[in-house]
Design a binder for this molecule. Sequence first.
Ligand SMILES: [Zn+2]
Length: 155
Amino acid sequence: MKVNLRHLEENELHLKGDLPVADLDFGLQDEMMAVSKPLHYDLQVEKVAHGLLVQGKLELKLDCRCVRCLKSFEKRMELPNWTLHLPLEGEEKTPVDNDCVDLTPYAREDMLLEFPQHPVCKPDCAGLKKDRHGKAETRTETSPTAWNELDKLNI
Ligand SMILES: [Zn+2]
């Protein structure tokens, strides 16, 4: 995910593609989450005074396991208006290697902020079956029909 500054001399640059999993290296410590698919990017890069302006979309599908019911699911994370300003002069200067600026570390950092703290398959996930049946005994008195229906579905 590199911008070649020589290609930017005259006009703006359109970068579109997929960043392979091997380059992402999120350093995930959480066993409930894994990245097995590339990060998709669709970006517009233009030269602005003393730097670069990057605008566009980042998208990543994260493999998760629900912390409540342990079901595996895929969470789609999107930064539809990702904006990055990279100064090319001054003290905060962005590292340039062979006329290229690598956007990967910035994308990785901002995407990482979107990762869930505790992945849940759906906001109202009831958790493991065992727990629900434990609670079901008390609930049977209030709404037996609903719970019978759920048992019939065997979920
Ligand atoms: Zn769940």
